[in-house]
Design a protein around this ligand. Structure first.
Ligand code: ATP
Ligand code: MG
Length: 553
């Protein structure tokens, strides 16, 4: 799909590691926390991790990073799997950090036995205070020098539920004067009396991210553990734990997370939008979630192409939403079936076309496709719906559509001349009155009449109706996260526009739920899951106009 590109820095590292024989098999993982639905940022990490093992061989594990019992749900596990598959990737092993709880516990015991971890009864505030600041060293906790026997016993009692939440923690004993704050005796286990979605009430102590993540990588012999830049400072601890435990040396590499304009991307914030009813759910077509984009009519190909185009950077940046739209528009232009739909109708009457006559015209489904995407039948008669905006009572300069005395071609049909029009008593146009040129039929036009404009239409007698939903960006500012105040202060109040009754050609009555359609001159549309046999609902995936490349040329 995309042109040849040079290697990104992670590919360079991997090629070097494979060439020097450091690893025989490349093993990566995608480690989502099942605390929400995946979003376009996750898609980038998915395309990267799975893309690398597709390119270099080896495999990718799907590991649910489920160390926080409170926020995690099976619903999220299921949706995350569905989204990865839909994007076109298959993991080798489905794994859960919670499956390693016993191993991780034993690793903690090993650290205690080596004098490298201790149970601390300090409160959260005391621990924070003892940490010092980036410019001042921390101070040792008064519990730091307990005997390992005492630590072992206390850790066992923590596990057995003898303490309440917050009574104590297990901390790695590293260096309270380290310039890296994360190395100042980080907490590696905390007490949480909470039901876990997989282990139930077996555990009341849970490992912290830093203790679970690297060790899980190592258990799975992950060769390249790829994460986002926030974890740069964690790498020292990652390496320290692996070294002290003497386990498989997985290595961590960091890349810049994807930030996309006019949206927010943290699951926590997206959950707020869902819970507060700002959107209809995780798969609301305005959401940057993979399920939202899917429902909106995005294709997996277009999302993969987007991830490919933005590449892998070492510095944070903000990617234009327009680029994502460009990618889907480009793919749909190649694949979508062209149809006619009138969203804001007025009637056009052809006075010299017999009232009782009907004919069937033929339209190609996709002029971009080699076989034209096949052909469909389009019924035609003397009364048609056309767009209100295609008629102007007093035409502007260079107006090539309908106006008194003007001629246009009706797409796939005839040339018509506007003879007159009718208005209601409020001054609204209600009818455009035309005559047609019988010998001007598309494909066999012998009329010799030249027209500059072509408009779309739907036969009144044969039209079906549909609801059509158009979406706009969810926020009014490029970066709601970096504005003052709450990100929800910047919501776009007009992010959805619903047309109750649009007229569509009868071909669309059998629209496929996975079908992609171009409403000629309007945009790309797909069927929404709210559709019922007697009430079709379409989403506008993206408009036809390409604002992005124009602005960036
Ligand atoms: P969120 O705050 O949105 O929940 P997260 O990083 O906490 O994000 P995880 O479920 O822990 O979400 O992430 C799984 C993987 O996806 C991680 O490897 C993470 O680095 C990656 N990831 C998450 N968000 C992005 C993003 N915006 N761009 C690129 N990768 C991301
Ligand atoms: Mg997270």
């Amino acid at each position: 799909m995309s042109e040849e590109r040079s290697l990104n820095f992670i590919e360079e590292i991997i090629e070097n590691d494979l060439n020097t024989g450091k690893y025989k098999t490349l093993i990566t993982r995608f480690p989502p926390e099942p605390n929400g639905y995946l979003h376009i940022g996750h898609a980038k990490a998915i395309c990267l991790n799975f893309g690398l093992t597709k390119k270099y061989g080896g495999y990718t594990n799907l590991r649910f990073d489920d160390t926080n019992p409170v926020t995690e749900k099976t619903e999220y596990v299921d949706s995350q799997q569905e989204d990865i598959k839909w994007l076109g990737f298959q993991w080798k092993n489905e794994l859960y950090t919670s499956d390693y709880f016993d191993t991780l516990y034993n690793y903690a015991v090993k650290l205690i036995e080596g004098g490298l971890a201790y149970v601390d009864h300090s409160t959260a505030d005391q621990i924070a205070e003892g940490k010092g600041t980036p410019t001042e060293p921390g101070t040792d906790s008064k519990y730091r020098n307990r005997s390992f026997a005492e630590n072992l016993e206390l850790f066992g009692r923590m596990k057995n539920g003898e303490f309440a939440d917050g009574d104590c923690t297990l901390r790695a004993k590293i260096d309270m004067t380290s310039t890296n704050m994360l190395m100042r005796d980080p907490i590696i286990y905390r007490i949480k009396h909470a039901e876990h979605h997989r282990t139930g009430d077996k555990w009341c102590i849970y490992p912290m991210y830093d203790f679970a993540h690297g060790q899980s990588d190592s258990i799975e012999t992950i060769t390249h553990s790829i994460c986002t830049l926030e974890y740069v400072a964690h790498r020292e601890l990652y390496d320290w734990l692996i070294e002290k435990l003497g386990i498989f040396p997985s290595k961590q590499y960091e890349f810049a997370r994807l930030n996309l304009s006019y949206t927010v991307m943290s699951k926590r914030k997206l959950l707020q939008l869902v819970n507060e009813g700002v959107v209809s759910g995780w798969d609301d077509p305005r959401m940057p979630t993979i399920s939202g984009l899917r429902r909106r009519g995005y294709t997996p190909e277009s999302i993969r192409e987007f991830c490919e185009r933005i590449g892998i950077a070492k510095r944070e940046n903000l990617i234009e939403l327009g680029l994502l739209e460009f990618c889907v528009r480009e793919h749909l232009n190649k694949t979508a079936t062209r149809v006619m739909a009138v969203l804001d109708p007025i009637k056009l009457v052809i006075t010299n076309y017999p009232e009782d006559r009907e004919e069937t015209l033929i339209g190609e489904n996709n002029p971009e496709a080699e076989d034209k995407g096949g052909y469909r039948e389009i019924p035609f008669c003397n009364e048609l719906w056309i767009e209100r905006e295609d008629f102007m009572e007093e035409p502007a300069k260079k107006w090539f559509r309908l106006a008194p005395g003007a001629v246009v071609r009706l797409k796939h049909a005839y040339i018509v001349r506007c003879e007159s029009f009718k208005k209601d008593n409020q001054g609204n146009i209600t009818e455009v009155v035309c005559t047609y040129i019988p010998e001007s039929k598309s494909g066999e036009d012998t009329s010799g009449v030249n027209v500059k404009g072509t408009i779309h239409w739907v036969s009144v007698k044969h039209a079906k109706t549909a609801e059509v939903r158009a979406y706009d960006r969810l926020f009014t500012v490029e970066s709601p996260d970096s504005e003052e105040g709450d990100f929800k202060d910047y919501l776009n109040a007009n992010s959805v526009e619903v047309i109750d009754t649009a007229y569509i050609e009868p071909y669309l009555a059998n629209a496929d739920k996975d079908g992609r359609y171009q409403f000629i001159r309007k945009g790309y549309y797909n069927l929404d899951k709210d559709s019922r046999p007697n009430k079709l609902v379409f989403n506008r995936t993206v408009g036809l106009k390409d604002a992005w490349t124009k602005a960036n040329k």
